[in-house]
Design a protein around this ligand. Structure first.
Ligand SMILES: O=C(O)CCC(=O)C(=O)O
Length: 276
């Protein structure tokens, strides 16, 4: 995607809105075009192999095997503040078209995470994203772009439909099964796994999920398939947050707000009210 690329505006259907409200999540198939996924994929490999330099990210040591190199970083956080490309995908117009309807019309872009789940890498235990990123009113929504096809073999996400109507639980612990889930993140105790569904995705699909939805991901048990995803978090731009230093640190991606906001680092002329 070249900066300023015009995209066909995505129209969310009434059925999609209903499904998002009922289930708490919505997969929009092929929302991000193949050439963009290719760009994200190439860029991710550039990061992993040290061809793209980012302060704070070590290039692989000489002689490291492919497996070891690709397993070095499971999750890279907030690189949109350092990398033009990550900021550009945080502000991807087709994703904002959907968010405008689901949580907007005013949309604040808050967080990015790049997941590089290599064979053997763990998933994340059950959690609700609003536990970590509180907003008032609570309008948090994740947008999970599949860079690779994700299935039960290489560690897709699982979600509990309808759990967005449950409160944020403080009933959490360190994961018991550290083989399946990342050790250093807490997980919710006692989620009824008979109610979960796998959320499989094809590269280019985007999964939108509300901040209360109970979800997890599992270990990549495949022999050689990466499971990469670019995940961003957004809220309605009229929600107040202290997370990440407050609203003034988060980008107004669409619409207007009476609250403070940041402008994009790499696109200072970005106009949140201009919709292609
Ligand atoms: O992609 C994954 O493995 C986990 C993603 C996730 O849980 C999240 O973004 O909140």
């Amino acid at each position: 995607m070249q900066p300023g690329t015009a995209y066909e505006r995505y129209t969310v259907t009434v059925d999609q809105i209903k499904s998002f409200r009922e289930q708490g999540f919505l997969k929009v198939e092929q929302l991000v075009p193949p050439e963009d996924i290719q760009e994200l994929s190439d860029h991710t490999m550039g990061l992993i192999y040290g061809r793209i330099e980012v302060p704070g990210l070590e290039p692989p040591a000489p002689g490291l095997s492919i497996q070891e190199t690709e397993k070095r970083y499971l999750r890279l956080h907030m690189l949109h503040r350092k990398l033009e490309l990550h900021e550009r995908y945080l502000l991807h117009p087709r994703i904002l078209d959907v968010l405008e309807v689901l949580i907007g019309p005013d949309v604040m872009a808050m967080q990015t995470m790049l997941f590089i789940k290599a064979p053997g890498a763990p998933g994340q235990g059950y959690h609700q994203d609003s536990y970590y990123i509180p907003t008032l009113p609570d309008t948090l929504c994740g947008a999970w772009i599949a860079i690779d096809d994700a299935d039960e073999g290489n560690g897709c996400m699982y979600m509990v439909p309808g759990s967005q109507y449950e409160p944020i639980t403080r009933n959490v612990q360190k994961p018991e099964d550290t083989d399946e889930h990342q050790e250093n993140l807490t997980e919710i105790i006692g989620v009824d796994r008979t109610k979960e569904v796998p959320v499989m995705a094809t590269a280019g699909d985007v999964v939108f999920f509300g901040g209360h939805v109970k979800h997890r991901s599992i270990k990549n048990r495949s022999a050689s398939r990466l499971r990469r995803a670019f995940v961003s978090h957004y809220a309605n731009a009229r929600s107040y947050t202290e997370w990440g230093g407050g609203n003034q640190n988060h980008i107004l991606a669409r619409g207007r707000t009476h609250l403070p906001y940041a402008r994009p680092t790499f696109y200072p002329d970005y106009d949140p009210e201009r919709v292609a």
